[in-house]
Design a protein around this ligand. Structure first.
Ligand SMILES: [Zn+2]
Length: 380
């Protein structure tokens, strides 16, 4: 059976398949996993201090055997920043704790990428994030009050607050955080989030009103990219603001309905795109690749979609020109609960019977089973 599967795989990859009973694998067709799928990732909120020990165990026992080579940790303000201690969460990871994460990733050749949400996601439901709580003058829409009882939809179309990308002092603050987090994580890449930015170029903002929203978005991406490039660091972002929500039918969440999508032709080509789609295995990686951008596909909780997205990524790489092939970089499992909740689910301490098999823990297992089966079929 495995020969049959492997033959199909070789045919699928456009490689010669050996026929006959005495089948042996020609060494030149044994494709290393790194060549089939260069980036095999996992993205989750950074653990809190009391979750760290179990999270380190999870890296060693679950990520390493599955050949995960990229770990994106959403840190935000869960670090004891010294550049801006006023922005720390009340309980935040110490430098010593972060170094434990750095060491375990280093030992296992896992690229560790910290994330702080820049531009958008500066509030969540009825909570204003640390940046705008401490520096309300950076708020793009100060006239919109975060309600005590948040509900969606609402009259202000408030999903999350944004900072004003043209405020003259905002970058001095956020770039100090970016530099510090990259230094402590010893990172050569930084994830700036930048998803679901609904508030941009607000008509009441004295700096942004009347400006082109795509230019504002691209300007902010470029500014962050250029800052990181000074220290040979690479910018990663979510891809949704670069997709046209109306024409594609992808809508306002996983794509843009406020014209930021035109920024795709304005941003530097070395920005890595994390293309998340949770409802269907959309073929949007092809669009990013054709625009000259490297891309990884990001599933969440639907195992069936995730395995299709793995197969699609293999197909894209196999059926493309050399120029296009290297833009299809791989796949990153995304988890949107915090690390503690995910570990509870993963280790079976808490289950949501309504979710059935559609949950991030199961999606992670099933998706990585499909990736590991590539090695069983002859990859290495
Ligand atoms: Zn503004």
């Amino acid at each position: 059976m495995w020969k049959f599967i492997f033959t199909l795989l070789l045919i699928g990859l456009g490689l010669p398949a050996t026929q006959g009973k005495n089948f042996t694998l020609p060494p030149e067709t044994l494709l290393p996993l790194d060549s089939l799928l260069p980036i095999r990732g996992f993205c989750i909120a950074a653990p809190r201090s009391d979750e760290l020990t179990e999270f380190l165990k999870f890296i060693n026992e679950e990520l390493v055997p599955r050949r995960v080579n990229t770990l994106i940790l959403r840190v935000d303000y869960n670090y004891q920043f010294t550049s801006h201690p006023e922005l720390r969460d009340s309980a935040a990871l110490s430098q010593e704790e972060v170094k434990k994460l750095v060491q375990v990733c280093k030992n296992n050749q896992i690229q560790l990428i910290p994330q702080i949400n820049l531009l958008g996601h500066q509030s969540w439901a009825s909570e204003t994030g640390n940046l705008l709580s401490v520096y309300p003058e950076f708020d793009e829409t100060p006239h919109v009050k975060v309600p005590e009882q948040y509900e969606w939809p609402n009259k202000d179309s408030l999903y999350c607050k944004s900072y004003c990308p043209l405020h003259p002092e905002v970058h001095e603050v956020v770039f100090a955080l970016v530099d510090e987090i990259c230094d402590v994580f010893e990172a050569d890449a930084f994830h700036a989030g930048m998803d679901e930015v609904f508030y941009i170029g607000d008509e009441k903002c004295p700096r942004c009103s009347g400006k082109d929203k795509a230019e504002l978005f691209a300007g902010e991406v470029t500014k962050i990219r250029d800052h990181l490039a000074q220290k040979d660091r690479r910018l990663w972002i979510w891809g949704d603001r670069l997709l046209d929500g109306k024409t594609t039918g992808l809508g306002m969440w996983e794509a843009s309905m406020n014209n930021t999508h035109q920024a795709i032709d304005m941003i530097p080509k070395d920005v890595m795109i994390c293309d998340w789609h949770y409802e269907r295995p959309d073929q949007t990686p092809v669009y990013f690749a054709m625009k000259g951008l490297q891309v990884v596909t990001c599933p969440w909780r639907a195992p069936e979609n995730a395995t299709r997205q793995v197969a699609d990524m293999l197909k894209f790489r196999a059926h493309s020109t050399p120029e296009m092939k290297e833009r299809f970089q791989g796949i990153v499992q995304t988890v949107w609960s915090d690390a503690g909740n995910f570990l509870d689910e993963f280790y079976g301490r808490e289950t949501d019977s309504e979710e059935g098999d559609n949950n991030p823990a199961n999606c992670f297992r099933v998706m990585y089973d499909s990736i590991m089966s590539l090695t069983e079929q002859g990859g290495k």
